[in-house]
Design a protein around this ligand. Structure first.
Ligand code: F0G
Length: 423
């Protein structure tokens, strides 16, 4: 199977362009990467992946400016439409590490990207491909962060952008970003999955170039999250993490991290046994991937009704499941669901270490806590939790999880009296 960790490096097909091509993960059909607009396989409609004639090892990433493009040896180009994305912190969290009782815990905070989420890593590559293809309008469906990133990178690239959002279900910070960066915003009377159905149809009709994670080039950029985590752990612990815990919506990151690790294994830079266990976390009200993992199913059942406070992962039809399920299984990982209350508690836990994240991001820490409680994660494990978006993305959720402001008169004595009263 082409998605197994031990798969051999494929032969270079005639339609490769400078050692890069697209391959269907289902039937193996290959395509030239930049000649035509294509998101899925012409033959069987399967998902596509970028393939490379040469796969890099860690040495190939040395000596260049930090960020996504430091990893250009693992990407289809040497540079993209960039706003200096990537190179995000891998925070130590000593109190949380103690509390959760693992050997080591680090937080990879993707909220520290230019638009405040990991989506920037995919867009710097995806928008570059759009320019290469010479397409007109860029479009995406979004629970918010993709739309903010698309708007920013589209405007950086001088391109028109269109975003479809589920009405009333997108956090305020994200809409504000898409709006100021100049996207045309359509609020759809339906959930994210319905928005994506429409954008896919618009893209199929040639109305727009689709930049959701169904687009294989977005995931190439997102591989760099995994590469940065591995390099960070190697520098600090002389070993890669045993496990990476991450929130799951469309399962793009799960797929991208798995691809990054697979390529390192194929390049001989990472032992198969050392690949971190990919561990996905979903909100209880939107957990189709967890259901599939628990049932040992090959396909994910689409959930029509989804609900969670973590609106970024309010998704019932994870389109990258055919790439992500093998990723979770082949690495010995798992998937788990958490309640909205557990998510908010984890948001407070992270805030207590000075790390501000939006609710979906906190799902990773909530999931780790649950898996420690259940004994699935051992106390000897070194773990990285991915936090995907910044606190300010969803100011309403942050304010609701935090303390209320206390009104006082504009008078020092009254302020002192108020402080004493409260003690
Ligand atoms: N965390 C955040 C903050 C997100 O915005 C998303 C996805 C995810 C996690 C899930 O990542 O899809 O790779 O499994 N947000 C998309 C959006 C759907 O439109 O912004 P995934």
């Amino acid at each position: 199977m082409s998605l197994s960790l031990s798969a051999d490096q494929p032969d270079v097909p005639a339609d490769a362009d400078d050692g890069v091509w697209l391959e269907c993960i289902e039937c193996g059909e290959t395509f030239a990467p930049f000649d035509d607009v294509r998101y899925t396989c012409d033959e069987c409609d399967g998902l596509l992946e970028a393939r490379y004639e040469e796969l890099p090892t860690f040495e190939d990433f040395e000596g260049e400016a930090p960020g996504v493009w430091r990893y250009s040896a693992a990407l289809p180009f040497d540079e993209g439409v960039s706003i200096q994305e990537g190179n995000t912190p891998l925070y130590e969290v000593p109190r949380l590490e103690d509390d959760l009782g693992v050997e080591a815990l680090r937080i990879k905070h993707e909220g520290m990207n230019p638009t405040g989420s990991f989506k920037d890593r995919g867009m710097t590559v995806g928008v570059k491909v759009a320019k290469e293809l010479g397409v007109g309008r860029l479009a995406c469906a979004s629970t918010g962060n993709t739309s903010a990133a698309l708007a920013a990178y589209g405007s950086r690239g001088g391109m028109e952008t269109l975003v479809l959002l589920p009405a009333g279900k997108v956090a305020a910070g994200k809409i504000a970003q898409a709006s100021l960066h100049g996207a045309r915003i359509l609020e759809v009377d339906g959930n994210f999955d319905a928005c994506l159905d429409i954008v896919q149809e618009l893209a199929a009709d040639g109305e727009a170039y689709l930049l959701n994670s169904l687009n294989p080039f977005r995931l190439e950029g997102q591989k760099t999250i995994g590469l940065e985590i591995l390099e960070g752990f190697l520098a600090d612990y002389d070993a890669v993490p045993d496990r990476i815990v991450l929130p799951v919506g469309n399962a793009g990151n799960t797929s991208a991290l798995y691809k990054a690790f697979r390529e390192l294994v194929q390049a001989g830079a990472l032992a198969e046994d050392d690949v971190p266990k990919l561990t996905g976390v979903q909100a209880e009200g939107a957990a189709p991937m967890v259901e599939a993992i628990e049932n040992g199913a090959d396909e994910v059942r689409r959930w029509e009704d989804v609900e969670t406070r973590a609106t970024a992962i309010r998704i019932g039809n994870p389109v990258n499941a055919p790439k992500a399920l093998p990723g979770i299984r082949e690495t010995g990982g798992t998937a788990v669901s958490v309640t909205d209350e557990e998510i908010t508690d984890a948001q407070r836990d992270l805030a207590g270490e000075g790390i501000g994240v939006e609710p979906a991001s906190a799902a990773s820490v909530a999931g780790l806590r649950k898996l420690r409680r259940e004994g699935v994660v051992g106390d000897d494990e070194r773990v990285a939790c991915l936090t995907t978006g910044h606190l300010l993305k969803d100011p309403d959720a942050a304010a609701a999880a935090g303390a209320d402001p206390e009104p006082v008169p504009a008078d020092t004595d009254a302020v002192l009296a108020h402080l004493q009263d409260a003690e």
